[in-house]
Design a protein around this ligand. Structure first.
Ligand code: NAP
Length: 325
């Protein structure tokens, strides 16, 4: 017997329930992981609220975890029982003591990455890997705007940008979050609850504006973000914390300076085993070098997943949150 979080209808966090379940044996190409720590991500809230539809109901929740392989399906030759592993993609259901998923989404952990660090950072770290190294391969010297810079993804982005020699201007909603982002490596911060982001970016860059804007806030910041870019530069819209960006008239990209825009996801970049391994090598390398450290600011019992989501959704958290099964 095992326990997992399930929901049978979409809604607020009260739809989440801890239920007893029999963990599924792995089929061909799958493994079962006995989770030691589970990652909490904003995407979990999109599934719970129905912004992203869950494929089946009742549904499990969560896509990120770390633990031991405890069963291996037919045809899996690169993982064995007892391996220390982590995963950040795959079917919903990581909020659980056991999770069965395709082995090709599961990677072996280097010795220097503990389970809590892996669960707190794999999804967010691989996201920052593709944002800073692939949507545009930053070389150092660029100026970028990164929204929600003190959050889970943002905390890693501040450190990675500093390591690359990129000037990251981070937006945040409080003085405490600004101090944290600066400590982690943001070159400058803007409190978007109080200041004009466009004017501050103009001042900070002496009118040059940014080479790339990374926007996971969505609806509330879309236009502001476009206004912070240099002509012919890149807008990366990668999340919907304030609601999705929709109804866009493409002509606005020309009005704001012949801009480029992309709407990427981790699944769109780590879409093959080879690409997943390449991205993990890069990210784990950054952890191993000490250039990136993971701030596990919040730990909750699995049964309190709803409380953990409420804290994330109400902007109370900084850094990463994990659930302990
Ligand atoms: N596309 C991808 O591949 C991908 C992968 C991972 C994450 N993401 C996206 O990246 C973002 C960050 O994810 P995370 O898990 O690390 O979360 P997080 O950054 O720890 O939390 C979200 C932050 O967004 C900011 N925010 C601004 N407006 C908000 C609003 N109306 N409601 C709630 N929060 C608001 C808050 O920071 P302030 O209080 O400082 O504003 C909040 O702390 C999310 O939008 C997520 O969907 C995308």
């Amino acid at each position: 017997m095992s326990q997992r979080i399930e929901f049978s209808k979409t809604g607020d966090s009260s739809v989440l329930a801890l239920v007893d379940t029999t963990p599924r044996d792995p089929g061909p190409g799958e493994v079962r992981v006995r989770n030691q720590a589970i990652g909490l991500n904003f995407i979990d809230i999109y599934f719970r609220t129905g912004l992203y539809p869950a494929p089946v109901m009742p549904s499990g929740l969560g896509t990120e975890g770390a633990g031991y392989v405890d069963a291996v399906g037919e045809g899996v030759d690169y993982l064995k029982e007892g391996d220390r592993v982590a995963y950040a993609q795959g079917p919903l259901g990581a909020y659980a003591q056991h999770h069965t998923l395709p082995a090709e989404k599961v990677v072996r952990l280097p010795d220097f990455v503990d389970f809590e660090t892996a669960a707190a950072s794999m999804l967010k770290g691989l996201t920052v890997q593709y944002l800073l190294r692939q949507t545009k391969a930053l070389q150092g010297g660029e100026t970028i705007l990164f929204h929600a810079a003190a959050g889970g993804v943002g905390s890693i982005a501040c450190q990675w940008a500093r390591a690359l020699g990129v000037k990251l201007i981070g937006t945040v909603s409080s003085a405490e979050k600004a101090a944290l982002a600066s400590r982690l490596g943001a070159w400058a911060t803007i409190n978007y609850a109080e200041e004009s982001v466009v004017e501050r970016v103009r001042e900070l860059t002496q009118g040059e504006m940014c080479d790339v804007v990374y926007d996971s806030v969505g609806k509330d910041t879309w236009i502001t973000s476009l206004d912070c870019l240099k002509p012919r530069s890149l807008m990366v819209s990668f999340g919907n914390a304030s609601g999705p960006v929709d109804g866009v008239n493409l002509g606005i990209l020309n009005q704001k300076g012949a801009l480029f825009v992309t709407r990427p996801s981790l699944n769109g970049y780590a879409d093959t085993r080879a690409r997943l391994e390449m991205m993990c090598d890069d990210f784990f390398g950054m952890l191993g070098s000490g250039k990136i450290q993971i701030d596990i600011a919040n730990r909750y019992a699995l049964a309190d997943a709803g409380k953990a989501q409420d804290a994330l959704q109400s902007r109370k958290t900084t850094g990463s949150t994990i659930l302990l099964p």
